[in-house]
Write a new protein. Sequence first.
Length: 285
Amino acid sequence: MSHSIAVLGGGTGGTVLANDLAERLAPEIDAGDVEVTLINDDPDHVYKPVWLYVAFGQREPADGRRPLSDLVDDRVDLVIDRVTEIDTDDKALALRDGTGSLAYDHLVVATGSTLAADEVPGLSEGSHDYYSESGALDLRDELLSMTEGHLVLSVVGTPHMCPAAPLEFAFMADDWFRERGLRDDVDVTYTYPINRVHGNPHIGEWAEPIMAERDIDTETFFNAESIDPDAKTITSMEGTELDYDLLAAIPPHRGVDVVDEAGLGDRGWVDVDKHTLEAERADDV
């Protein structure tokens, strides 16, 4: 009987890992001793960093999509379906569209993160993001119509996908408005929850003087507590209030419900040994 490795999630992590396993285990797979299966609920691989460039009109969403079948090694069994349940006792995955379940000997959970803007009052209604396709398209329209006023980039949730993206947005916005001859009419403010502009102190040390040079105002120790979409204000837990004309926010992130339901972790994140990434609440995950 062959040994089955299931990879749940066809984002960057899951796709790269499935291909790496297919290469490293090629003799075993060809001999029928090992099976590698990649399960994803979308036939396309979506490269999310493209959305930042969509917001500035430099890319279209389609530029970040490729059929998974074109990207995944032929030795990998590709299943396009949604996993609705992970049974770590019986080592089986329930599929929404398929019949029965998919058994595994080892499971890799690469389900990534989802946006949870609803965790902050007013954030969904009062801000735009570039961490989703729809958010990036809406933000693109808002940026195109902005000729003056106050643009605020607020890192509301940490940790978040692509740690560099908030700084990238601030610098790209500064450059973009300068190219359009509007920078003198648009104020740019960047907020971050801790006492520097980035979680990595070396990056923060590098970025802060450049932001000052580019007239990008910074508000650190700014933990967004609520947004008033009508008054167009964002208020921090520390009591600071900022007015804005356009708010681009990094929303809180969470994992997926199927992880919680399987008892693997909380808020959709798998509890793991940080040295090995092995799940702490189940074997062979």
